[in-house]
Unconditional design. Structure first.
Length: 259
């Protein structure tokens, strides 16, 4: 099943994705819901982020080749995380599939994509175990952890480098039937593939994070957890189109616009 959020009759609403159309739903995927019988062609859909999370979690560095590559570029030894560590992003930065990523005029040329798997919590959970951790998830979607690297290195926090408006495309939908072990993440810019990696080749996997997080905090429906990225991104310029595909989910596509 694929859940999406669209703008219909001027208002955000949840819908189910079928082959060439979406079906508008009364309710949410996190509770009671009834299909309205209203169908919208895919070509006419305005995609919104598939969920606005109560808490927007992210995991940071989580792929060994990514850490090794960037350490080599800096001429230092790689340092790997010793445990699942949690960070946060801001919901104001979220935009949907096919919406522009708007880059502030004072941003540097060092603006880059990061293709990431996103876990979506479907039910309240605390004290999860390795046996039941995945049961709390509704499904998975795709994120682009768009970043301004000059701000990232110069600012005391990531408040604008990763959280400026539109810097967090997410979507296009939530896939509830997903084979993580079979998935690959591919990033293309203007139709040219730049990065291809095994999605589940993580230092700490989805279960590791869910167990660690739920030891200390209660996960609630709609929370999202972005799982990090692999590969090396090049700088983007005005007009570039970034496509992030995760096999078994779909493709998230957004154009870069300099303001």
């Amino acid at each position: 099943m694929r859940w999406c959020r669209i703008r219909h009759n001027g208002k955000p609403t949840f819908a189910l994705v079928h082959d060439n159309e979406v079906e508008v739903v009364d309710g949410t995927p996190f509770g009671e819901h009834v299909p309205q019988g209203t169908h919208v062609p895919i070509s006419d859909v305005e995609w919104l982020p598939p969920v606005i999370p109560p808490t927007f979690y992210c995991v940071g560095l989580n792929y060994r080749p990514h850490i090794e590559m960037h350490a080599k570029m800096r001429g230092v030894e790689p340092v790997f995380p010793s445990q699942p560590d949690i960070g946060y992003r801001a919901v104001n930065a979220l935009v949907g599939h096919q919406h522009p990523i708007q880059v502030p005029p004072d941003a540097s040329e060092q603006i880059q994509y990061e293709g990431e798997l996103v876990c979506v919590v479907g039910r309240e959970a605390k004290g999860l175990t390795r046996d039941n951790a995945l049961d709390c998830l509704l499904g998975f979607t795709i994120g682009n952890d768009f970043s301004e690297r000059t701000w990232q290195s110069s600012d005391r926090t990531l408040w604008r480098a990763k959280n400026s408006d539109t810097f967090k495309p997410m979507g296009p939908w939530i896939e509830t039937d997903f084979d993580l072990d079979a998935a690959r993440t591919r990033v293309s810019v203007n139709g040219v593939e730049c990065i291809d990696f095994q999605t589940n080749n993580m230092l700490f996997g989805v279960v590791d994070y869910l167990v660690a997080m739920s030891k200390y905090m209660t996960l609630v429906p709609g929370d999202v957890l972005w799982m990090g990225t692999d590969g090396h991104a090049e700088n983007l310029v005005d007009g570039d189109v970034v496509d992030i595909e995760i096999t078994g989910i779909g493709t998230l596509s957004n154009r870069v616009e300099r303001l």
